[in-house]
Design a protein around this ligand. Sequence first.
Ligand code: A2P
Length: 269
Amino acid sequence: MDDLLLNDSHPLPAIGFGLYKVDPEVTEDVIVAGVEAGYRLVDGAEFYHNEPQVGAGLRRVDRGQLTVTSKFWGDDEMSRDAVMRSFDATEKALGTNVDVYMIHWPRAKRDQYVDAWRGLIELRDAGRVRTIGVSNFTEEHLRRIIDETGVVPAINQVESHPWLPQHELRAFHDANDIITQAWSPLGRGRLLADPTIGQIADRLGVSPAQVIIRWHLQLGGALIPKSTNPERLRENLDVYGFDLTDADMAAIARLETGERTGTHPDDRD
Ligand code: A2P
């Protein structure tokens, strides 16, 4: 699997596996299955309520080979102090360090995300975390934290799939050396039945999921396709033996509807 280069000079595995809504009862085994399938990035978060089980899984694998992500939720309070408390709790629950730490939502209505971002900068400067990023930030939120702190996040993890390619946001990311990391990259699985995707998959002799994953990679982004099935986890990494043509990319571009499978960044507070 390829790595992308972050603006802090660290590599980021292009494909990771996500732990959103993964039942705590199966989380430990999913971690082991994911690592056995070849993944090198685990995308977790405080909000997923399975960090102790993620920690148990990490103790059964070669932790040193993995990039472990977590995210600050900030439901009660978005501040530098709240970031420190959450980070401590996450490290304790995981029983290991965090490599990449993100703000999960900007919670723009409460306007406290800049203070939270200062907390993440402090963690990075103290050497407690390698890479800092954000999630679900719009261009406006990104501009604000960059203007007020001078520190550009390495990653913005946002919903993106062929219905919601996020071309404008990706262009802003590219101009500012921010990696786009897509969540729900398969549209929660709903895009797998799309006839255009199916035709391309049939022609190339691959699966619809592999076509969509390849589309993300050819846009230059990272992604975290979710699967709890060991076979599909493997399939989603087996995407380096074929290329989508310009015509395929153009056909997939025509699928854009703007439809979301999750919440809009401005709608959560
Ligand atoms: P499962 O966990 O049973 O494999 P997204 O990453 O966009 O959120 O999509 C996740 C959904 O897509 C899950 O329902 C997952 O189901 C399904 N999925 C993931 N990879 C594949 C695949 N290779 N083939 C079919 N379905 C998949």
